[in-house]
Design a protein around this ligand. Sequence first.
Ligand code: ADP
Length: 491
Amino acid sequence: MKKILVANRGEIALRIMRTIRKMGLRSVAVFSQADRDSLHVRFADESVCIGPAPSSQSYLNGEQIIKVCKGLGADAIHPGYGFLSENAVFAQQVEDAGITFIGPGSEAMRIMGSKLAAKKSVKKYDIPMVPGIDHAVTDVVHAKQIADEIGYPILIKASAGGGGKGMRVVHHPDAMLEQMERAIGEATSSFADGSVFIEKYISSPRHVEVQIIADKHGNVIHAFERECSVQRRHQKVVEESPSSIITPELRKRMGDAAVLVAKSCNYSSLGTVEFLMDEKLNFYFLEMNTRLQVEHPVTEMITGLDLVEIQIRIAMGEPLILKQEDLSMNGHAIELRVYAEDPLNNFLPSIGVLTRYEKPEGEGIRVDDGYEQNMSIPIYYDPMIAKLVVHGTTRAEAIRRMILAVRSYKIDGVKTTLPFGTFVFEHEAFVSGNFDTHFVPKYYLPEKILEKQKANAEVAALLALKIWKKNSQLLKVVAHQSTNWKRRLSN
Ligand code: ADP
């Protein structure tokens, strides 16, 4: 393998290309007309425009991407995350074209891409599952019967779901019809597959996931867990590794379960097995993500691994040289997703030009981003600007480092999740480790951010006044001092 095409954009395209370069390979960028001046295009050894801004006409245009790949003689495609990364049909077309897809085989992707097929696949192993059904349901009367058996509250979920879409909590049978119609509608419009199923709604769960590394020779290991419970709209914003509540014994049990999930579908490549965990630390299999995960840097920070390099080597057919016992955790890492969103206005996207963009630097700080000052955030794609990742010897040190790093991250022109990050990292529940996926609805008060901004503005105004007074004092002194020049004038 000599040349790899990266079928993605933004921070993840850049992050992947850095490893490609480090490995002595060549990279090809593909880009939409909106991304002509992006950093991933400048960084790549070769780059090709694949279409207009909307992703359906560019980053999701698999045929065009394969054509570019063949035309430039690239040996492999790295899909990153999002876009075509979990599209089994695309993976198959890539393989059929004689190109290596850097990810699992299309069959494993097909199974794990459907939450229902995934449940069926792991059934043969003794893996705890969230109580619920493992088939699609369309009839409301049948759905109510199932919900009665499971017990309310229940969750209606889209089988093809992703990004928290197509999910509806139902607390009472009366709401079932309306919520089912909504879930089916959302699933059909987002995933072109209206199958929904029912699961027990776990009231205060934590989201804990395990990083899997599997080669094409049957070796499967895990690189510990990531805690991703701080979410808004069922989507992660803050992740950390290790989780503050997992004991070594529990880590081993979860790790073993995750390895079995991967084995259930002959998985090879990087993958993430997601679990929900209740208050009593019982864990349940949720789903498997068959790609490089957004939050992979926290695992890299505590293990010292380059996960993208491992993923590429696996795709090349190399056997894993690492054994489970070779891996160890060093310190603690936390990631904040810096989105162009307004944390004071329901996290709505805040699109615009980055009139100021200065990122933090220093020991234990890593910023994975795809922007520079004066670049604009396009409305067509996910509004993530960067991932701010810190490492510390302890969790407390990592939190301290994160608070300072957020403070020195200066972004003007758009609203960001940075002030939300400060709220989280200073909050007693996060600091103590005692929180769940309801952190935002339970604790988050946008007023606190406003109060803080007001207090900061007052301090800044007082400081400015102090400086002004000092300067005017100096001016007076200067005005009273006679100078030779004055004397010369009067002569
Ligand atoms: P998606 O594929 O859309 O990301 P997931 O199944 O991974 O969906 O779930 C995303 C989030 O939704 C979880 O992290 C959790 O916060 C919440 N969630 C999912 N299933 C349940 C459940 N059965 N009970 C409570 N919360 C759930």
